[in-house]
Design a protein around this ligand. Structure first.
Ligand code: PLP
Ligand code: SF4
Length: 334
């Protein structure tokens, strides 16, 4: 029997939190006292890729500060609409490795399941901002196809729930898929790539922890946190619950100009992660997706940051700096 920490305060239900996202740029501008002259551009850019911000995340932003590192990740800007050579709709070639709907098999031994098309938050730099989720939003019959694919390939030892955000899906469905995968003996690990415990920490509750752990596989949760200010008391609590359930918790970060492209910022992030019980895993160079050029950090600068981090942190707090290059058999180290 796994003992779990009992919440000491009452959260809103996560379903309510997800039903009540900030979706209207006007509301975000009002809530955070932002310069209204930027609103028309924000409205235009959000017509291309929706604005979506959970209130629990917005509460961690500083009012009136356009440089707030959390706000910058979600604020639609006019420059997203400018075309730039080299910034593509599918920069990582996922659409070439999509053998059955909802399944991406690019790397040896691991498959990625797009279990949910949507997210609780829309990060402006998201490499899936143009991903055709409609064609990858399978029903149960199509899930069976993905499960059969995994069952037929004994080289697959790890199944990764991805999205969108897998935790945007209901626990009942996640429990169903997890049971089916648990029935495939060669799958040893279940990995969940999610940002929900960060942007809407109430998502980690008893029902969620039950399907995450109620099977023979080992469970790994990989969070997505880009800045130390994203980690507040609620996030620490959701991580503590995952850890108490015996789940390994890692983090991946995207290197973003103006958000976390400073040695001090990345050092603070690693320290804050470890304090919360999370180990840094990857630091991704930005995928060159259309609309995200203003977040781009050069490879040279990334290399300098990597070296500086190595010089001022213990090795286990330095994330692996990687790039995703289409058709390569793994993420590519810098
Ligand atoms: C990143 C990724 C994985 C996982 O790679 P790891 O190096 O094991 O973290 C698996 N499949 C796809 C398609 C990916 O993009
Ligand atoms: S949480 Fe991940 S998948 Fe969702 S919008 Fe952000 S970067 Fe994209």
């Amino acid at each position: 029997m796994i003992t779990r920490t009992v919440p000491t305060w009452q959260y809103p239900r996560w379903q309510d939190e997800l039903a009540d996202l900030i979706r209207d740029p006007r509301e975000l501008f009002e809530l955070l006292d932002l310069d209204p002259s930027l609103l028309p551009d924000a409205v235009k850019a959000s017509a291309d890729f929706d604005l979506k911000v959970p209130r629990a995340f917005a509460r961690r932003m500083q009012k009136g500060n356009l440089r707030d590192p959390l706000l910058m990740q979600v604020l639609p800007l006019g420059e997203e609409l400018d075309a730039h050579p080299g910034f593509l709709e599918d920069p990582v070639g996922d659409l070439q490795s999509n053998p059955v709907p909802g399944l991406i098999h690019k790397y040896q031994g691991r498959v990625l399941l797009v279990v949910a098309g949507n997210c609780a938050v829309n990060c402006r730099y998201c490499f899936r901002r143009h991903f055709p989720y409609q064609a990858n939003n399978p029903d149960r019959k199509q899930w069976q196809q993905a499960i059969d694919y995994i069952a037929a390939d004994t080289s697959i030892s790890e199944v990764i729930y991805s999205g969108g955000d897998p935790l945007a899906l209901a626990d009942k469905q996640l429990a169903w898929i997890t049971r089916a995968i648990d029935g495939i003996a060669h799958v040893k690990r279940l990995r969940i790539h999610t940002r929900l415990p960060v942007v809407a920490p109430s998502r980690i509750d008893e029902q969620c922890l039950t399907w995450m752990t109620d099977h023979r596989m080992q469970t790994v949760v990989v969070l997505h946190i880009n800045h130390a200010q994203e980690i507040d008391e609620e996030v620490r609590h959701s991580v503590a619950q995952l850890k108490a359930a015996g789940i390994t918790v890692l983090n991946q970060t995207v290197l973003l100009r103006g958000v976390n492209d400073q040695v001090s910022t990345l050092t603070e992030l690693s320290e804050a992660l470890f304090k919360a019980g999370v180990l840094p895993y990857y630091l991704h160079l930005l995928d060159k997706v259309k609309g995200a050029r203003h977040f781009d950090v050069s490879v040279e600068q990334a290399k300098m940051l990597q070296e500086s981090l190595q010089n001022c942190l213990p090795g286990y707090l330095v994330p692996k700096f990687v790039q995703e290059i289409a058709a390569k058999p793994s993420k590519v180290p810098l």
